[in-house]
Design a protein around this ligand. Structure first.
Ligand code: ZN
Length: 173
């Protein structure tokens, strides 16, 4: 008669031990996951900072200021506003082809001007903070390129006013 209550008690104790063990395991597992996540997050932030450092080394201070801090080069100082050679203008940051000499025109503004991008979706446009001007950025990497105005020539009547230092020219046919 003594054996029955004893084995029942043992069962309860074993059950409780297993329950405690399982919950401890769950806590440790959750902790490990949280640590892994925080390591992954700080890694991503580190990559971004490393990317910025890399860009600062690769670009001139003006190229960095214009493309990453939405700056503007002084009019009539850039290397491409009076470039009349045939070829492609690529993003200085990522190398994506953005404009062709075929749509370049003489605007008199002192910045390279195009009436259209190479393809519709290679650049993105959105309103500046002042809600007046429309900013143009590289769709591929987000580099600031310049602004677009609706006072351009035929056939689009658009004027993409782009900083020379956001561009890299590749001579072509
Ligand atoms: Zn780009």
């Amino acid at each position: 008669m003594q054996a029955k209550p004893f084995s029942f008690r043992t069962l309860v104790v074993v059950f409780l031990l297993v329950a405690v063990f399982l919950s401890l395991d769950a806590i440790v597992f959750a902790k490990e996951e949280a640590e892994k996540r925080s390591v992954a997050q700080s890694g991503a932030a580190g990559d971004k900072a490393a990317g910025k450092d890399d860009l600062k080394k690769r670009l001139t201070p003006l190229q960095y200021h214009v493309t990453q801090e939405k700056g503007t080069e002084t009019a009539f100082t850039g290397q491409y506003y009076k470039n009349h050679q045939k070829g492609l203008y690529k993003c200085i940051v990522c190398g994506e082809p953005l404009f062709s000499s075929k749509t370049k025109f003489e605007s008199g503004s002192g910045w390279p001007s195009f009436y259209a991008p190479l393809k519709k979706d290679v650049v993105s446009e959105h309103k500046d903070k002042d809600e007046v001007k429309t900013e143009v950025i590289c769709s591929h990497c987000g580099a600031h390129l310049g602004h677009v105005f609706n006072d351009g020539p035929n056939p689009t009547h658009m004027r993409y006013c782009i900083n020379s230092c956001s561009l890299d020219f590749e001579k072509g046919k």
